[in-house]
Design a protein around this ligand. Sequence first.
Ligand SMILES: Nc1nc2c(ncn2[C@@H]2O[C@H](COP(=O)(O)OP(=O)(O)OP(=O)(O)O)[C@@H](O)[C@H]2O)c(=O)[nH]1
Length: 360
Amino acid sequence: MKVALIGVGQAGGKVTERLTRFDANMGFEAVQGALAINSAKPDLQSLQFVDTQLIGADRVNGHGVGGDNELGAEIMQSDVQQVISNLDGRITSRAEAIFVVAGLGGGTGSGGAPALVHHLQRVYDVPVYALGILPGRNEGALYQANAGRSLKTLLREADSTLLIDNDAWHQQGESVEGAFETINDKIARRVGLLFAAGEVVDGVGESVVDSSEIINTLRSGGVSVLGYASEVAAEDSSENIRTVMTVARQALLTGTSMPDATAADAALLVIAGRPERIPRKGVEKARRWLEDETDSMQVRGGDFPLESDRLGALVLLGGAERSERIEAFMQRAREAKRAQGETKPDVVDQLTDDRLENLF
Ligand SMILES: Nc1nc2c(ncn2[C@@H]2O[C@H](COP(=O)(O)OP(=O)(O)OP(=O)(O)O)[C@@H](O)[C@H]2O)c(=O)[nH]1
């Protein structure tokens, strides 16, 4: 799937850069263009692999918004025309989707990403998705409250919001900050493989995934979740039936970006590996298992031919907001908001539709 990536804020920029680099190193060419936007100049200067744009210089002079996500939303609103013109040529007609990437706990990404998605939806015909990073449990009340407000608005504005829980992909005992490198690397690999899986590969069979299957899986909107697991494969495909089941189970049950999210409106199972090692029978069995497990009748499946000694399973869930983990997060965000005595409406809500209209 050809995508354009726009990172907002520090986490957004770092993850966008990682993803772009992974895609280039692997030679996938799924990432068609990438731009990192921030109100903090030093954060942009540390990026080497993507184009950058500073916003809000008149308000915060390149120093960031210090966790104030209302200010983050406001400066995005003020500078959105410049952002949109900067995207000209970066989002080409080849792009099949746009992903806006942001950490939802801070200020610039948390407030800026929903506002930007809102505007992109008016300008572009392709789906505009968000890739949102939720703060880990121990990340402090401001982050939780910010992320809760940002997420509510993103769910309304984006065609689907792919969530990554910062607690999902790091070792126990390791601090979240210490684990950023690992987490970002895992996001880049998994999401990068998903994009690449949707690329049409010439000369291979009809069981190969294409981008419409990703888009259809995400069609119901709401929250989406991505899981991955891999194992060494045997040379003979018939010996890999159990391996396919194992990696599919691990991808969903222990490898997802939002642990415990299993119920979904739709799902996509992608099996990656050398085509001659992928057992059709195993893939079919794993797909049926996924149907039961997600309680969804819409489970798509396909292969992703990849030169590797391993077999990998990618599981994408669409419409997965009914999970306990997301409910627990929203509860945490509500409590944090209450503890701060906040009664303010959600980030973009308070920038009334009139003001949004006036920008166009
Ligand atoms: N996974 C991951 N999360 C990050 C990273 N950097 C920051 N975060 C998370 O993102 C949230 C903070 O957002 P940032 O992106 O740092 O903040 P910002 O959007 O730049 O906003 P301001 O700094 O307030 O202007 C917190 O939940 C952090 O844990 C990173 O490199 N990887």
